[in-house]
Design a binder for this molecule. Structure first.
Ligand code: FAD
Length: 479
């Protein structure tokens, strides 16, 4: 008989925590509890991947009537109804949260709708006042969006807010150049919002292949997104009334330049940028970064180390400096993606409850950016690969049949980075509609160590866009 209330106490009911709790309880018979302070499903289900992808789907219909007309259909342009969509979205998220709760209950996990913090290496204190002990504690508390340190930054929204808007703004300024900024620029553009985007770096989507970044930036501009790189926000104020330049003038404000009752989405905002321009937007959306949820968890008192951004330091088995305490997912800031948090949760259960020490493999993780067009990527970028060894680059950029017929200017890109020495495909980058779907499959070949000749031996599927990936005969350059 164990001296503890549970074998495992999980803090956080998001992607990683729910999977670890379910598998530990369901497959090993461990006595498991989980505390969630907000909604079950976490970032991915409630305010990340799922609602975002549904918004991507909604926004992609913007071009459908014009394209259908080009194919001979007699279809008028439509209008998008945000409140109808939001109602359906909320109902879907409620349904999914219910599924998560049911899965936990069905696996025998006891759940607490409460905030939790560590009291000692085996004890968890809940916001309800209850205190529980466990042989192992798993921290899976995820992360949250952060606003920049700028006066009046609270007037701007972050990604959590976007799903709850009462109405879509007429115009929005998006600050940031990462995948969340670019995805929402495309989504809101598709839904009919006038989108301006400022990013302080030289090109959007830092860390991805440069050619792919360039093509996406061009496509975004072509679709009407007013993208300014090398540009950041200097000042922002709530704006009401009109001043002598015809600009809306700042409202009466407190000593910080903000109206005390103000929040995101309450009216126009006047923004001064580093390029000298001052413009007024209905809303400002900060997609400027995320922070791990490691505050007030009792980590310092226990001697659990955190990094500069607050991420919990763990070893390859997700174990912290305190042997009974593990951490997985975004709170460890390794690779912040849902399938990775899930993998880390499964590896934790293998290690701790199945007697099979398993490190998570963070190499060659395929991923997608759901811009329009999408980016699918796996492995090294051209820039990373050429710093490492001699490479050949195979690349094809063309207008796909479906949209070319409709006289749309869209281009797609298929690119392979190949090792000269081993012939292995080190990286694959696809910019195309549905690239997220394509890269999942290419990712298997790359993960298996396929060579360029393996790609060449594969017969094309015709007529498709992706056949280019097996028909590129000559390198466009060597480096
Ligand atoms: P989370 O899912 O964040 O779950 C943590 C949970 O812990 C939360 O429910 C939180 O309420 C709870 N919690 C926090 N502190 C406590 C506490 N003290 N006590 C109790 N509960 C607590 N990933 C992809 O793979 N593909 C995508 O397309 C994608 N799109 C995204 C879009 C957006 C806008 C965002 C923000 C993220 C996106 N992600 C995407 C990332 C993905 O959502 C995360 O990587 C994933 O959710 C991490 O899972 P997690 O279990 O670590 O944390």
């Amino acid at each position: 008989m164990s001296d503890f209330d549970y074998d495992l106490f999980v803090i956080g009911g998001g992607s990683g925590g729910v999977r670890a709790a379910r598998v530990a309880a369901g497959e090993t018979g461990a006595k498991v509890a989980l505390a969630e302070e907000d909604r079950y499903g976490g970032t991915c289900v409630i305010r990340g991947c799922v609602p975002k992808k549904l918004m991507v789907f909604a926004s992609e219909y913007a071009h459908a009537p014009a394209e259908a007309r080009a194919y001979g259909w007699d279809i008028p342009d439509g209008t998008f109804n945000w409140s109808d969509f939001r109602g359906k979205l909320e109902a879907e998220l409620d349904r999914l949260e219910g599924v998560y709760r049911k899965l936990l209950a069905g696996s025998g996990v006891e759940t607490f709708d409460a905030r939790a913090r560590l009291k000692d290496a085996h004890t968890v204190e809940l916001s309800t006042g209850e205190v529980k002990t466990a042989k192992h504690i798993l921290i899976a508390t995820g992360g949250r969006p952060v606003r920049p340190d700028l006066p009046n930054a609270h007037l701007g929204m972050v990604s959590d807010d976007i799903f709850h808007l009462d109405a879509l703004p007429k115009s929005v300024l998006i600050i940031g150049g990462g995948y969340i900024a670019c995805e929402f620029a495309c989504i809101l553009n598709g839904l009919g919002v006038e989108v301006t985007q400022y990013y302080r770096g030289a090109q959007i989507l830092r860390g991805f292949d440069e050619e792919a970044r360039g093509l996406i930036a061009e496509s975004m501009k072509q679709r009407g997104i007013d993208l300014h790189v090398g540009t950041d926000i200097v000042e922002m104020h709530r704006a009401t009334g009109t001043d002598e330049d015809g600009m809306t003038a700042p409202v009466e404000v407190d000593q910080y330049g903000a109206h005390p009752e103000d929040g995101p989405g309450n009216g126009p905002i006047r923004v001064k940028a580093t390029n000298g321009n001052t413009r007024v937007f209905d809303a400002v959306f900060f997609a400027t970064g995320r922070k791990p949820n490691s505050d007030d968890l009792g980590l310092e008192e226990l001697g659990i180390e955190t990094g500069r951004n607050g991420q919990i330091t763990v070893d390859g088995y997700s174990q912290t400096k305190v042997p009974s305490v593990y951490a997985i997912g975004d709170v460890t800031d390794r690779v912040n993606l849902t399938p990775v948090a899930i993998r880390e949760g499964m590896a934790f259960v293998e290690t701790v409850f199945k007697g099979n020490p398993t490190e998570v493999d963070h190499e060659l993780i395929p991923s997608a950016v759901f811009t329009q067009p999408e980016l699918g990527t796996v492995g090294l970028t051209e820039e990373q690969a050429r710093d490492q060894e001699q490479i050949e680059v195979y690349c094809s950029s063309f207008r796909p049949m479906q949209t070319a017929f409709a006289e749309r200017p869209d281009r797609v890109l298929m690119k392979l980075i190949v090792s000269k020495a081993t012939r292995k495909v080190l990286g694959c980058h696809i910019v195309a509609p549905g690239a997220g779907e394509l890269i999942q499959l290419a990712g298997i070949a790359v993960k298996m160590g396929a060579t360029k000749e393996d790609f060449d031996r594969t017969v094309a599927v015709h007529p498709t866009m992706s056949e280019e990936i097996v028909t590129m005969r000559n390198p466009v350059r060597s480096a």
